[in-house]
Design a protein around this ligand. Structure first.
Ligand SMILES: Cc1cc2nc3c(=O)[nH]c(=O)nc-3n(C[C@H](O)[C@H](O)[C@H](O)COP(=O)(O)OP(=O)(O)OC[C@H]3O[C@@H](n4cnc5c(N)ncnc54)[C@H](O)[C@@H]3O)c2cc1C
Length: 432
């Protein structure tokens, strides 16, 4: 590890000339608030540019969410790229993120960590994890880079008050006050509050005039009351599609990824991806199951009629996909009110239609997820049109930079949230 330099060269030019006076009056050039993915990256980049940087973290150690991410393995990013990558955040948010993602795409993030001694490898669903399978290695690498950059890390130093008085920003922490020419807020959202993310940044952003898009828990297991769902606890389904549907039955999001039945409802990648939409629908959502997504309903009915003509004495259960666990097949028959002893020849049209509906579009009301305590990310946050997408600088308060989950950005499971946090944190650090 390089020794920390004692004197830091002043930057040759200040791209925001108006901040020159503020810098002269400040204790430091940049205060970064929040030592998560976005804040660590911002602090490293700003300090590498010669800025005097102080990183404030309220916890005894930074990077807590990184440490517990991906089941302790940290799904750092994805192999998806270009338009496909942008689309994962939705059309409007993806377009806003374009500059950040193009200037620091997953390949660059991978190279950044590999150069820092954390080689990555690809796993299912285009996810990239450290080869070591240790999220701690990611935190350790970031802390090494932070120390090498010369930024000063202050832990157990929660920012309590933030103000601006023309001469720069006043930052009051539990351990004293600081003046800074620029401030990067990287305080995260509201998800997993035990990691330190308690939404502190929203109030300061509001005070500077920012709009906070309504916040919802996202990427959380779904709470489902339907007894048949709870009765299937422990089962994992692959190749089944689920969709979040609004009150009019329109699908807002479809997912064909693993589904886990639990004692509280549904978990695993597909249900967790739906949670943000379910929460936004405020009690009006249902989740629809398609147990045979590759076979259109009309085709399936024709296949069943042909099977009944050819094998009339077989049990009706033989119509259901053999890949489905027996308990699920039995649940579908029960939901369609069909006795298991029914033969194909004995399956009357109304019962056949009920079974078709159960297989192709079984709906279950879902009012809520398990909430912020269990949510991996927060949907909503600082309105994107109030932040410069090329620099992450607030359009309302010069010198204030916003990045990471604090912004109105969230992506599905698969490394997209770290990708967005690192890419926006990097831009903030390059311009603060
Ligand atoms: C259990 C879990 C697993 C996850 N797994 C993955 C995954 O595998 N892949 C993926 O892409 N995403 C994953 N995520 C999401 C990802 O962790 C977040 O999107 C990402 O960490 C957001 O980074 P951030 O820096 O914006 O915010 P955070 O990581 O939340 O960091 C904010 C930091 O600010 C600090 N802070 C807050 N207020 C103050 C204050 N007033 N003063 C000083 N410091 C303050 C907090 O203590 C915290 O350290 C997971 C999330 C969780 C909860």
């Amino acid at each position: 590890m390089r020794p920390r330099p004692t004197a830091r060269p002043r930057p040759r030019s200040d791209p925001l000339g108006a901040r020159g006076d503020a810098r002269d009056a400040a204790d430091v050039d940049v205060v970064v608030v929040g030592g998560g993915a976005a804040g660590l990256m911002a602090a490293i980049q700003a300090a590498r540019r010669g800025r005097r940087v102080v990183l404030l973290e309220k916890n005894p150690r930074p990077g807590l969410k990184i440490r517990i991410s991906g089941g302790g393995r940290c799904n750092l990013t994805t192999t998806r790229e270009g338009r496909d990558l942008e689309a994962q955040y939705g059309t409007r948010r993806g377009r806003w993120l374009r500059h950040a993602l193009r200037s620091f795409p997953p390949k660059a993030l991978r190279a950044f960590f590999e150069a820092a001694g954390v080689p990555l490898r690809e796993e299912d669903l285009e996810k990239l994890f450290p080869v070591s399978q240790r999220a701690q290695d990611v935190v350790d690498a970031l802390l090494r880079l932070l120390a090498d950059s010369g930024a000063e890390l202050r832990c157990e130093a929660a920012l309590r008050e933030l103000g601006h008085d023309g001469g720069g920003f006043r930052c009051r922490t539990g351990a004293g006050s600081l003046r800074a020419a620029a401030v990067v807020l990287a305080t995260g959202g509201l998800s997993f509050p035990k990691t330190g993310a308690t939404g502190d940044g929203y109030a300061w952003c509001r005070a500077f005039g920012h709009t906070i898009a309504p916040t919802f828990p996202a990427l959380a297991p779904l709470r489902v009351e339907a007894p048949w769902v709870r009765a299937l606890q422990g089962i994992v389904l692959h190749g089944v599609e689920i969709a979040c549907r609004d009150a009019r039955g329109r699908a807002t999001l479809r997912r064909r990824r693993p589904i886990l039945f639990t004692h509280k409802g549904l978990s695993g990648p597909a249900p967790m991806d739906l949670a943000g939409d379910v929460e936004e629908l405020c009690g009006a959502a249902s989740v629809g199951f398609d147990f045979l997504p590759d076979v259109p309903r009309e085709q399936l009915e024709q296949d069943w009629l042909a099977a009944a003509r050819a094998h009339g004495t077989r049990r009706v259960e033989s119509l259901l996909p053999a890949a489905l666990p027996e308990r699920v097949r039995h649940a579908l028959l029960a939901l369609a009110e069909i006795d298991r002893s029914t033969t194909l020849a004995g399956l009357a049209k109304p019962a056949r239609r009920r079974l078709l509906a159960a297989v192709k579009d079984l709906r279950v009301p879902v009012a809520k997820s398990l909430g912020y305590q269990a949510a991996e990310v927060t949907r909503g946050g600082v309105a994107l049109d109030e932040v410069d997408a090329r620099t992450m600088q607030s359009k309302l308060q010069p010198g204030l930079f916003l990045c990471g989950e604090l912004l109105d950005i969230d992506g599905p499971i698969g490394g997209f949230n770290f990708q967005a946090a690192f890419a926006t944190g990097r831009l903030a650090g390059l311009h603060a």
